[in-house]
Design a protein around this ligand. Structure first.
Ligand code: NAD
Length: 444
């Protein structure tokens, strides 16, 4: 099948590559010429395990190509994916300007029937807007006779395991009431729905809401656990015992109930906010979602509060070693990362940061490279040298079993603030550390 994908970010690039891998002919279009040039040479601008090899294989096999030429893109694909960003606008609503721009481009250049598939996360009612925009452009071209359908097909991949998620999706949501589009989408995704039926067909509005509902549910689990962790700390309980205790109930389960320093990334914060704004816009007060957002905002400040309290509010001149900058492990993405809230609070208080992350150093350099109160270190060990304490913000695997003797030696004081409960408090106390974690009593 001939497929065109607009947008080569985490979603468009990975989905386009995976579709090429199973044999479809895929052209990816992006407006960012520099990115397209790199991709055409097989250079991947993001870190995503397994992606680089797959992109290169499929370029070489002649199934995958990259271009800025939208006209060629529109001519190529019977199916046209929209996978561009939908960032929050000033009031937190999803900004649809990139999505509608692609719709306009497709309508400007199409010469035959096209199925336009919305993969970006968009508010309920967006398919109607895409349809209206395309009809308007076709009419201005006096091409009202050209037909098209708009399908909602939200993406559920997770950054850090995007390739595997697209290869083995939990479900594939197809939102349309057009029987021909359903047939085409079933054929397109058939290679991914072999083991058992993964395709769920529904109306377009339900498909659009399914994506927000999924992300908001996950964000709710995190904020709920963080709330209980705060209570746990204050009530003298241990959140890790509580987590195991409740996770054993199959109605609750162990997934996604880890306490931490708040959710970040390009999806949860913006999607919770966008659904709250969409509810406000129709006069509905989304109380649960507002509480989820409020807890998350506060949670991102908890590490700083612990650090500040430990040093009696005297942070000026102190140096903190910081492990983990990306918003979660296995990605270089720092959008809405808790590390940023922490570093900015530390800098405001006059402290310095020596930071290390296995993948996000380049991104940190791009964001904060001009600051003289930030030192980017080549290894996690180098970040420790002469620091007053260690702060762990992201739970990378490579942080799980550090050389504690070296930590003792390199840190000015043996103090660890752990935002991800990486270690056993009793063991850390035995090793002579003062150890703060989340939802548990400080030790040492
Ligand atoms: P991104 O910001 O990484 O990439 C978007 C790309 O679209 C950029 O390369 C940009 O240059 C390109 N673009 C903008 N306008 C264009 C145009 N007119 N024509 C062609 N290309 C254009 O975004 P992303 O993280 O891939 O997210 C895309 C959408 O998918 C968003 O709605 C997001 O909410 C959703 N989503 C993201 C994830 C994730 O984990 N990142 C997961 C599921 C869904």
């Amino acid at each position: 099948m001939n497929i065109t994908v607009f947008g080569t970010g985490y979603v468009g690039l990975v989905q386009g590559t995976i579709l090429a891998e199973v044999g479809h002919q895929v052209i990816c279009v992006d407006v960012d010429a520099e990115k397209v040039e790199k991709l055409a040479q097989g250079v991947i601008p993001i870190y995503e395990p397994g992606l680089e090899a797959l992109v290169n294989e499929n370029i070489q096999a002649g199934r995958l190509s990259f271009t800025t030429d939208a006209i060629a893109g529109v001519a190529h694909g019977d199916v046209q994916f929209i996978a561009v960003g939908t960032p929050p606008d000033e009031d937190g609503s999803a900004d649809l300007k990139y999505v509608l721009k692609v719709a306009e481009t497709i309508a400007e250049h199409m010469q035959a029937h096209r199925i336009v598939v919305d993969k970006s996360t968009v508010p309920v009612g967006t398919a109607d807007k895409v349809r209206a925009k395309m009809a308007e452009v076709l009419s201005s071209r006096s091409k009202d006779s050209l037909t098209f359908d708009v399908v909602s097909n939200p993406e559920f991949l997770k950054e850090g395991s995007a390739v595997a998620d697209c290869q083995k999706p939990d479900r594939i949501i197809i939102g349309t009431d057009n029987a021909h589009s359903v047939e085409v989408m079933r054929e397109l995704y058939a290679p991914f729905s072999r083991q058992h039926e993964k395709i769920i067909v529904m109306d377009v509005r339900s498909a659009e809401l399914t994506k927000y509902a999924a992300n908001c549910m996950l964000a709710t689990k995190i904020s709920f656990m963080n709330e209980i962790a705060n209570l746990s700390e204050r009530l003298g309980a241990d959140i890790e015992a509580v987590r195991q205790g409740i996770g054993s109930d199959p109605r609750i389960g162990y997934h996604f109930i880890y306490p931490g320093v708040g959710y970040g990334g390009s999806c949860f914060p913006k999607d919770v906010q966008a659904l709250v704004r969409a509810a406000d816009a129709i006069g509905f007060d989304a109380k649960v979602l507002k509480a989820v957002e409020a807890r998350n905002y506060l949670q991102k400040t908890t590490l700083f509060e612990k650090i500040s309290q430990h040093f009696n509010g005297e942070l000026a001149g102190k140096t903190l070693a910081l492990w983990g900058l990306s918003f979660k492990p296995n990605t270089d993405d720092m959008r809405e990362a808790p590390s940023r809230v922490l570093m900015e609070a530390l800098w405001n208080a006059g402290a310095k940061v020596q930071a290390f992350d296995p993948e996000a150093m380049e991104e940190t350099q791009r964001l904060y490279g001009n600051r003289n109160d930030l030192t980017l270190c080549g290894t996690k060990e180098a970040a420790l040298k002469g620091a007053d304490a260690l702060v762990i913000v992201t739970e990378w695997q490579s942080f799980r079993a550090p050389d504690f003797a070296l930590l003792h030696q390199q840190l000015r004081q043996p103090v660890i603030f752990d935002g991800r409960n990486m270690f056993e408090p009793v063991r850390l106390a035995q090793k002579g550390f003062v150890y703060y974690s989340v939802g548990r009593q400080a030790v040492g």
